[in-house]
Design a binder for this molecule. Structure first.
Ligand SMILES: *Cc1c(COP(=O)(O)O)cnc(C)c1O
Length: 366
């Protein structure tokens, strides 16, 4: 059977050894004659799973003790609301940086809760770069500053994390958490939907500095209060048990591989392979400014939708699948998250090279 390489932006590829372990343990977890899906979230078996998942996050990301790790449902999209609901308390005002469609959605929700100032935006450049932040212009009369560390649709990433001084930095890290080394102490709060670099859809991870908790409005729903999760070790109600179990296995896999630092080196190698080819190519282009290029999501296109379509067909016949660009951008996008092996990217580049040879006479320069 031909190997399939799944370049989906999310839900996305999971490490094969993890899926094999899930399959092996599916019918009887630790000899219990039942799957983790069927177990009580109060059982000692599940308690061990959730505790280990948290411990592995702490180890892999070097999360200090004064940060809580919370397991929540509702996706990163619910965090667009929970962040302002919990953190907009003193000034009821936040800074947001607009780097693409996920930032815009976060801004849209925050405006319903408090005042939002767009500190910087790359909208006029069609989000092909990360705008520069003038740290010295920041005023301290905001509750936080929100960024999106990796822009999944636009293919951009912050190559340096802005220094926000006293202002808590909040980051949507949905599409690049665990893909490169981050100093957690630079952030007040980090959130990420699991389905890109962590595990299956249904789980959202929130890492929050303790002193940012406790400002919650009493009449807000219990389930939208971070403290509900931090006081109960994310077991106030039934958590997404199976996604948490698979997440624990993914984190074990990452640890065995050597951790985030080793993962980052592999990710840089994978991304360079693709970018280097695209930059030399006369057919394929990536429009993102070099300094702002994502290591995880690489959009590219040929000079015509017709050629794009032909390329996608050729790639598909090689088992290189879900390479269609986002519906808002067209073209192609290769999402090369942690679980995408180097081999998958090599196969993709090979296929692009061949396609270029076959179609070089049709190339129209844009
Ligand atoms: C996918 C994604 C989201 C949305 O995640 P959901 O879990 O589907 O709500 C938000 N932000 C970024 C950066 C993403 O990549």
């Amino acid at each position: 059977m031909q190997e399939t390489y799944n370049f989906s932006a999310g839900p996305s590829v999971l490490p094969k050894p993890v899926l094999e372990k899930v399959q092996k343990e599916l019918l009887s977890y630790q000899g219990q004659g039942m799957s983790v899906m069927e177990m009580s979230h109060r059982s000692s078996y599940f308690e061990e799973i959730i505790q280990q998942a948290e411990a592995l996050f702490r180890q892999l990301m070097h999360i200090p003790d004064n940060y809580k790790v919370l397991f929540i449902q509702g996706g990163a999209s619910l965090q667009f609301s929970m962040v302002p609901m919990n953190l907009l308390h003193t000034f009821r005002h936040a800074y947001y940086v607009n780097t693409g469609s996920w930032s815009e959605k976060a801004i849209h929700e925050a405006k319903k809760i408090g005042e939002v100032t767009i500190l910087a935006s790359s909208k006029e450049q069609q989000f092909t770069k990360i705008p520069t932040l003038e740290s010295h212009t920041l005023k301290n009369n905001v509750d936080y500053l929100h960024i999106t560390t990796n822009n999944t649709i636009e293919g951009t990433r912050y190559s340096t994390i802005p220094d926000t001084g006293e202002i808590p930095l909040v980051a949507d890290m949905s599409s690049n958490i665990l893909s490169e080394v981050y100093d957690v102490t630079k952030f007040g709060l980090i959130y990420a939907g699991a389905q890109k670099n962590i595990g299956p859809a249904g789980l959202t991870v929130v890492i929050v500095r303790e002193d940012l908790l406790g400002y919650y409005q009493k009449d807000n729903p219990t389930m939208l209060n971070y403290e509900t999760y931090s006081n109960s070790h994310s077991l106030y109600n039934t958590p997404p048990t199976f996604p948490i179990y698979v997440t624990r296995l993914v984190l074990e896999w990452l640890k065995d591989l050597g951790g985030v630092k080793v993962m980052e080196e592999i990710n840089r190698e994978k991304a360079s392979l693709l970018y280097d080819f695209i930059d030399e190519s006369a057919l394929f282009v990536n429009r993102v400014e070099k300094e702002s290029r994502s290591l995880m999501n690489i959009p590219f296109t040929t000079s015509s939708e017709e050629l794009n379509k032909k390329f996608l067909e050729k790639a598909g016949s090689r088992g290189l699948v879900t390479l269609e660009g986002h519906r808002s951008t067209g073209g192609m996008r290769a999402s090369i998250y942690n679980a995408m092996p180097l081999e998958g990217v090599q196969k993709l580049v090979e296929c692009m090279k061949e396609f270029e040879m076959e179609h070089r006479l049709e190339v129209k320069h844009v």
